[in-house]
Design a protein around this ligand. Structure first.
Ligand SMILES: CC(C)(COP(=O)(O)OP(=O)(O)OC[C@H]1O[C@@H](n2cnc3c(N)ncnc32)[C@H](O)[C@@H]1OP(=O)(O)O)[C@@H](O)C(=O)NCCC(=O)NCCS
Length: 169
């Protein structure tokens, strides 16, 4: 049973100890970097958060064991199409827990959370990955994301998934 828990006083240190395989370090920043970024773009620094993007950091648990970390962002004007959007900005499953379907379940939990529209309405969830990151590619395409282009700066593959709300009749 995979679930997300907000990073808090109780679990932030445990999150710093989670690590990926050495060969995967080119694909994802260390969690300590992500938590620093989340602080700068959090409600604690509202001006920066509103000007650039908001960060929502979560630990990923499988039953009661912390097995990963994700950073979700919300931007009023996404780089890709200048509309409001959420992004799975960072995602890592600790090396001993990879390849067991936890990444896939995590994407479902992230989608459930984003569909509560915690920072505002949006049409899409975005994700991006290094072109050689086959695990991310399979994970995202298998979860319904469609490729929409490449990042002009670093060549990352960009993808999105529609979360458009169907108006009630
Ligand atoms: C990418 C990552 C989050 C996937 O999490 P996971 O729990 O291992 O993924 P799952 O077990 O749910 O598998 C999801 C899909 O990826 C595939 N996959 C997993 N590891 C893979 C690998 N090393 N190479 C190729 N495909 C792989 C699985 O086969 C599955 O695809 P399928 O459903 O078509 O069979 C994890 O590998 C990770 O943390 N990698 C290092 C950090 C990283 O790259 N983060 C993403 C940055 S964009």
């Amino acid at each position: 049973m995979v679930h997300l828990k907000k990073i808090s006083h109780d679990n932030w240190m445990e999150c710093l100890a989670l690590d990926v395989h050495d060969w995967q370090k080119q694909f994802v920043n260390p969690n300590i970097f992500s938590l620093a970024e989340a602080y700068v773009h959090s409600d604690a620094n509202r001006e920066d958060a509103e000007k650039y993007y908001r960060c929502i950091p979560f630990a990923i648990y499988c039953n009661d064991k912390m097995v990963g970390f994700t950073l979700i962002t919300y931007e009023k004007e996404c780089d890709f199409d200048d509309t409001p959007g959420y992004e799975i900005y960072r995602l890592m499953i600790a090396k001993d827990y990879q390849g067991k379907g936890i990444g896939k379940e995590t994407i479902k939990r992230i989608m459930e959370y984003i569909k509560t529209f915690p920072y505002g309405e949006a049409e899409y969830i975005y994700a991006s990955w290094h072109p050689e990151n086959k695990a991310s590619e399979r994970l995202c395409l298998g979860s319904g994301f469609e490729i929409v282009g490449k990042d002009a700066d670093d060549g990352a593959i960009r993808a999105r998934l529609s979360i458009r709300r169907i108006p009630e009749r």
